[in-house]
Design a protein around this ligand. Structure first.
Ligand SMILES: [Zn+2]
Length: 252
């Protein structure tokens, strides 16, 4: 089943080849750990995020990797969901709780990017409010933020229904939105900033897409955009687990 989904995504050009393999692995682990309920939540995330991404031009401002997501991008968010699903082998409700929260954070990111790309107003840095070129890490728009909230809420609703846990709707929606904010704060404040030594373009990566190495200009040199995404996803999962201990249907 997850192999079919990964293949379709590859054909639709939303994933690179390595991204499709990573998505297949994530799908298999989520199904293994949380069964068809988790698979349904993953499908809600995957289908809705693919739909909102269609036709949204990738922001050209800062060295985009292109419209297709590669395995590092898939694993930064999906890998956390896959690992979280393994908790479901021990406690099915906890597995659903964590998978929903991780995917709500992933949906917030994806939807915010897609909606933000359609924003008339330019993005502003979440720290300080300076206007920045579209695609700059840590830059946010009102439309993008609203889209992120909608995406997180949709996945949270799917999880609340699949797991029959109404409190998961507000909990996962908040965790997802919070993960997106954390991602932006880290992107604006700590992420490494680079400039290509050959063509002089600014970049988020240690190697520019033209193939040349980049020079470090600011931020943490070892923390690139994928690292920021992974850190935000781990943070969201941690908060989700704390929320489970506090709010779960099983707690006294
Ligand atoms: Zn270059």
């Amino acid at each position: 089943m997850s192999a079919v989904v990964a293949l379709v995504a590859y054909r639709l050009a939303t994933l690179t080849r390595s991204g499709a393999v990573a998505a297949w692995l994530v799908g298999t682990m989520v199904l293994h750990g949380t069964g068809w309920e988790g698979g349904g939540i993953l499908a809600a995330f995957f289908v809705s995020s693919s739909l909102v991404s269609l036709g949204a031009a990738a922001p050209a401002g800062l060295d985009p990797k292109g419209g297709r997501r590669d395995h590092r991008q898939v694993l930064a968010n999906g890998g956390i969901a896959a690992a979280a699903a393994l908790f479901g082998l021990h406690d099915p409700q906890l597995g659903i709780w964590l998978v929903t929260s991780a995917l709500a954070a992933a949906a917030a990111d994806t939807w915010a990017t897609s909606f933000g790309a359609r924003s008339e107003a330019p993005p502003r840095l979440i720290l300080g409010g300076r206007v920045v070129p579209p695609g700059t890490s840590g830059g946010i728009t009102a439309l993008g933020s609203a889209g992120g909230a909608a995406g997180a809420s949709l996945v949270a609703a799917a999880g609340a229904i699949a797991g029959d846990m109404p409190v998961l709707l507000p909990a996962a929606a908040l965790v997802g939105f919070g993960g997106m904010v954390l991602d932006s704060v880290l992107g604006a404040g700590l992420q490494g900033r680079f400039r290509c030594t050959q063509c002089g373009e600014r970049s988020e990566w240690r190697r520019h897409r033209c193939g040349r190495p980049t020079a470090h200009e600011g931020g943490l040199a070892w923390l690139d955009n994928d690292g920021v995404n992974l850190t935000a996803a781990v943070g969201a999962a941690g908060v989700a687990y704390a929320a489970w201990l506090w709010l779960s249907p099983m707690s006294p």
